[in-house]
Design a protein around this ligand. Structure first.
Ligand code: PBG
Length: 336
């Protein structure tokens, strides 16, 4: 077709090229839809709180709770029944200390939660766990601190190795290192393999940016963070660096890589998807959830279409897997 055919404006005949033809009916739109959204592509992040006797609502994340061990089990069964792609566990310990001891303790809340969920769902639902210290440290950082109060990369790696072994012993399928320490994937892979857990996969939070949108998560895990995470999480001005981090993690043995947050970093997500040959995940984080929920509660946007449009945008940008607090609800909305 000649270049000007599409722009021909012949008053008698009208345009020759009419993209609207393929939008005329729902069935035609279905036929030519480029992007899919299926429950199996969605992972539900969940919080389990030590010592809770009832689920505790998280005020900045309406509809999301800190689970008890029992309500967590029920949520996992529901996730499996809905055909979700997985469940990602975060622990909220009763006591925190400088080293984050609760993270490596086999009786720590996260490790107990993993074992509970695995006992409940077996192989029917991939069980994933956050592998990071911020939920367990009293200073709220993702690693241990040196004498000067800086996050000590290599000392932290030793704790991550121990944490990986504890999570593997609890039966986890996939560990998700989210602390942005250099070399964390290699150390965790070696620790797992050394412990006879070579089947446990690593979903690396590779391109993880320092973000204002983590705000509600800090409430979700009762975080006591003083200061910020800018010496280890990435600077939002850098896209190329996100690709570099993802390539490093693949070289260190990551089975999947993640971009996080999702919405403010959809360009990084696309670049990472184009650069690596492993599945790419994106985390639709707490602040992204809270924005939609807050606007919907005010009647300013139509909640359900906004949820599906948000998730679809992340898929279209290149995510094979989407972590989202809406996973269960979206699975219900997607039912034919
Ligand atoms: C770190 C971690 C965080 C989130 C997931 N893993 C917090 C942070 O890095 O500050 C945020 C998730 C969300 O905001 O939904 N363990």
């Amino acid at each position: 077709m000649s270049a000007d055919a599409g722009s021909r404006d012949d008053r008698a005949a009208g345009p020759v090229v009419r993209p609207r033809r393929l939008r005329r009916t729902a069935a035609l739109r279905e036929l030519v839809a480029e992007t899919s959204l299926r429950p199996a592509q969605l992972v539900l992040p969940v919080f389990v709180r030590e010592g809770a006797d009832a689920p505790v609502p998280i005020s900045s994340m309406p509809g999301v709770v800190q689970h008890t061990r029992d309500s967590l089990r029920a949520a996992a069964v529901e996730a499996a029944e809905l055909g979700l792609g997985g469940i990602m566990l975060f622990g909220v310990p009763e006591t925190k200390d400088a080293r984050g001891s609760g993270a490596v303790d086999p009786g720590g809340i996260l490790n107990l939660g993993i074992a509970d969920v695995v006992a409940e769902v077996g192989d029917a639902l991939p069980v994933m766990s956050d592998l990071c210290l911020d939920e367990f440290t009293d200073h709220g950082h993702c690693g241990v601190l040196d004498a000067a109060g800086r996050v000590d990369n290599d000392a932290t790696l030793e704790v991550y190795a121990e944490m990986a072994r504890a999570q593997a012993a609890a039966g986890v399928d996939v560990v998700g290192p989210s602390g942005m320490m250099d070399g964390q994937v290699a150390v965790i892979r070696a620790a797992l393999d050394g412990a006879g857990a070579s089947d446990v996969a690593v979903l690396a939070y590779s391109a993880k940016y320092a973000s204002a949108f983590y705000g509600p998560f800090r409430e979700a895990v009762d975080s006591s963070l003083v200061g910020d995470r800018r010496t280890y999480q990435q600077d939002g001005r850098n896209g190329l660096e996100g690709v570099r981090e993802a390539l490093l993690d693949v070289a260190e043995g990551a089975d999947m890589v993640m971009v996080k947050p999702a919405l403010a970093y959809l360009d990084v997500l696309r670049r990472v998807r184009d650069a690596v040959d492993v599945p790419v995940a994106a985390y639709n984080i707490s602040g992204e959830y809270a924005m939609v929920e807050a606007a919907a509660a005010k009647g300013w946007i139509d909640r359900e279409p906004a949820i599906l449009e948000t998730l679809m945008s992340i898929r279209r940008a290149g995510a094979d897997v989407v972590l989202t607090y809406w996973a269960a609800e979206a699975a219900r909305l997607l039912r034919p």
